[in-house]
Structure formats: C-alpha cells, structure tokens
Design a protein around this ligand. Structure first.
Ligand code: NIG
Ligand code: FE
Length: 422
C-alpha cells in the first residue's frame, strides 16, 4: 500500500521511543508537507511501515515496487491508529434504564447494591451462549474500528465463576483470531463479588479455582490471556485481596493492569508500585504517594474520562500526574455503564475535563496506551517496522479529530489496519 499526498503525517513519537512521560507528552513528531510537496508512506506486503516522508523522495526510492493499492490522501492528515487501553466489550442485556436512575441521583454503588450494574450484566452473560456473546462483540469491534481504534484491551469479568469467565475468554480469543482488531485480553474474574459469596470466599475461588483452570487451558494453547485485573474498591475487593489476586496472576506471567482508586482512595497507586503493575485504570482518588510510586516504577495511569463524566466523579489529577513524570494513557471504558467506544470523543473529554493538551491526549491514546499493554514496540506510532495501523483524516490538520467532537465520522476518511483499508 502507498499513501500519498497528505499534508501531514503525525508520527506521534520519535524512532525507538516506547512511552512518553511528563513534559515530553507535549512533544509529538510531525512530518509536514510544504507548498505542493505532499507527504506519505510506503507499506510492505506484511502490512508493516517500510518508509515515510516526502512523496517525491519516496517515489524515486520505491520506483521498482508495485503497490496493490494507493490511497490518495490529498491534503489530509495521517495519524497512527488509536489504542483503547480499557474496555469491557463482551456482554448482553440492556442497562439503558440505569442512565435515568443516575440522572435522578443514584450513584454507581447504589445501582450496584440494588442488583443492577455489574450484577445484572453477570446474570445475562451467564445465561448467554458463546454465539450470543460473540456476535455483539464483533459488531462492537467494527464500530470501534470505524472510530479509528486498531488495538483494544478487552476484559472478561461478567462471569465471576470459572465456567462463565472461561466462556468470555474463549469468546475474546475467537474474536482475536477472526477479527482484524488487535486484542489484548484481560482476565477480570475479580470485577465484582458474585452474589452468594463473601469477598474472602470470592478471592479464594479466584486464586484456587479460576486462575488454575485458566492457566491450564492457556498452557494447552486453548486460550490466551495477556493481563490480570481486579476492581480494587470499597465494598468490592480490598487492598489485601487485590494484592493476593494480582500476585497470583503475575505468577502466571500475566501483566498486572487493574481498576484502582476510582470511588475511594484505596492505596492502589502504592500497590502498583509494590507489584510493579504495568498499568492502573481510573485513579480519580489516587494519593500523592500513589502518584510517586507509579511514576517511579513506570506504571502507566489509564484515565477513563467517559466514566468520570457519566458518573459525575471527581476528575483524576491528570496535570499533577504529568508534572510528576507519570505516563498517562486513555481508554474508552466501553461497558454497559459508560456506552462509548469513540477514542476521538475520549480525547476530547480528556482535553476539556482532564485539562490535557491535544498533543498529550493523542500521545495517551496511541503510544502510551500501547505501552500500557506492552505493545509499544509494534504499534502506537508511525514508525518504520511498526504495523501500518493508520487513521486518515479528511482535514489537513490532525487536531480536527479532537476538535470536531461527537462528529468524528465526518472527519475520518479511512482507517487502515496492517496495510488493509477497513
Ligand atoms: O470500569 N468500575 C468497574 N467496572 C467498570 C464498570 C462495569 C459495569 O458497570 O458494568 C468500569 O467503569
Ligand atoms: Fe472498567
């Protein structure tokens, strides 16, 4: 594939950079066309970026290559595909009614305790077949891709017992094989305490039953798991239970990536430092010591502006995190509570509500989100040797993808996944 005629190619980071922290988050790399001289890129037969730069230079250098397809990106801007660092995309059952309850003043935990929220979705998922879960998942992955997402973290966590958690992981693994979207798969059996168990009993069942079963299936090559997650929250799993579950997952070789410090300060940032977690999500209530711990161990803060917006929570202290040298990524948190899979909208909310600059938002939605998933050597920026995962905008300036909020479909001309036009 050849992409040519663009007004700018936004690489995001420089060659070899795996994550951007602190002030460097503002510092993105852009190749800018000039009067009549377009810029573009060359993709090889394996869907990897072979070269990029001015079209006249590329034309001369690759005159003996025959391209299957050429995208005329006249006057447009080219961005790396977005990486969504946090989603819950496998579920059935309608929770639109909860939106009205929240608008009427119910909190997330009020709904959860009254049998709605995660517990309601768990009931629906437990009784659904593999196909009933697979079909909507695939539709959602296409919808995400149309919004420019080319890699997504995806969690289980609506089964809460071995059989249904395995079913969710199988559904995700199936999609990973069949759908062009790259999936980073997270086992989240500790998403809530299932009805009928205490949190101690649930912790034990996760450590002694669920994790060994999943580990066994994965050693037989039947399912693949990348990360382990826990909802570390008051009334869900406390710090000590979270520590034990996450440590058990780490022993399986899974990367630690959990929900922490969302509704109450739990010491999740500090725990991330202790366990050398790859990432922690939410962090609305992170402490200063937690920020210092995460910054020191290089653990990435995955901020979810849709959730803080939907639930009218305090915003996470993003500016302070950046000041203290933490790396920040973004996720949509797509789930039945926060029904949004649009990374352009997430970046917009991050700018307005978290006070990130547009450059910082873009870094957080690309290279840093890839880093949170351990994938920043293969995607998350436009660099030679990385996957040709691209978003081509109809606008000459890339900032339009954030500025035109809620209407990004008018702005996205093409999404390209590993050299193929989606
Ligand atoms: O990240 N906080 C916990 N989990 C999800 C919500 C899941 C649900 O409500 O179904 C979240 O927001
Ligand atoms: Fe979540």
């Amino acid at each position: 594939l050849r992409v040519r005629g663009a007004s700018q190619v936004v690489q995001v980071c420089r060659e070899g950079e795996k994550v951007l922290r602190g002030a460097s988050m503002k510092d993105i790399a852009v190749i800018q066309g000039e009067n009549g001289r377009g810029v573009g890129l060359v993709v090889d037969g394996n869907g990897l970026i072979a070269d990029l730069g001015f079209d006249d230079v590329l034309d001369a250098k690759y005159s003996d290559w025959s391209f299957k397809e050429t995208v005329l990106a006249n006057g447009s801007s080219v961005l790396p595909g977005f990486v969504d660092a946090h989603t819950h995309p496998v579920w059935v059952g309608d929770r639109v009614n909860e939106f009205a309850m929240k608008l009427a003043g119910a909190t997330y935990m009020d709904i959860h305790k009254s049998g709605g929220g995660i517990n309601f979705t768990v009931q629906c998922v437990r009784s659904a077949t593999h196909k009933e879960l697979y079909d909507p998942l695939v539709q959602r992955l296409w919808s995400m891709m149309r919004c420019g997402t080319t890699t997504v973290e995806a969690k289980s966590g609506y089964g809460l017992e071995t059989e249904s958690e395995v079913k969710m992981l199988e559904v995700l693994n199936n999609a990973r094989q069949e759908h062009p979207m790259d999936l980073s798969i997270t086992y989240c059996g500790a998403h809530a305490v299932p009805r009928g168990l205490s949190s101690d009993e649930a912790t034990l069942s996760i450590i002694e039953e669920q994790i060994p079963t999943i580990s066994d299936l994965s050693s037989k090559g039947q399912i693949h798991v990348d990360n382990i997650d826990v909802f570390c929250e008051k009334g869900v799993f406390d710090l000590e239970q979270s520590r034990r579950i996450l440590a058990a997952g780490k022993r399986e070789g899974w990367r630690i990536n959990f929900h922490g410090d969302e509704l109450h300060p739990m010491g999740s940032g500090e725990l991330a430092g202790e366990l050398e977690a790859a990432a922690v999500s939410h962090l609305e209530e992170i402490s200063d010591a937690g920020i210092a711990a995460m910054s020191q161990c290089g653990s990435i803060g995955v901020l979810l502006p849709t959730t803080a917006y939907m639930l009218r929570l305090r915003q996470p202290p993003a500016r302070k995190m950046i000041e203290k040298g933490m790396a920040i990524a973004l996720g949509s948190d797509f789930n039945p509570n926060a029904y949004c899979y649009s990374m352009p909208l997430v970046m917009h909310l991050a700018c307005v509500n978290l006070r990130l600059s547009m450059e910082e938002s873009l870094v957080a939605a690309t290279i840093n989100a890839a880093a949170a998933l351990g994938l920043s050597d293969v995607c998350g920026s436009i660099e030679v040797g990385k996957k040709a995962d691209l978003v081509i905008l109809s606008a000459p300036k890339w900032e339009n993808i954030i500025y035109q909020f809620g209407c990004h479909r008018d702005c996205i001309q093409h999404v390209i996944k590993e050299g193929n036009i989606v």
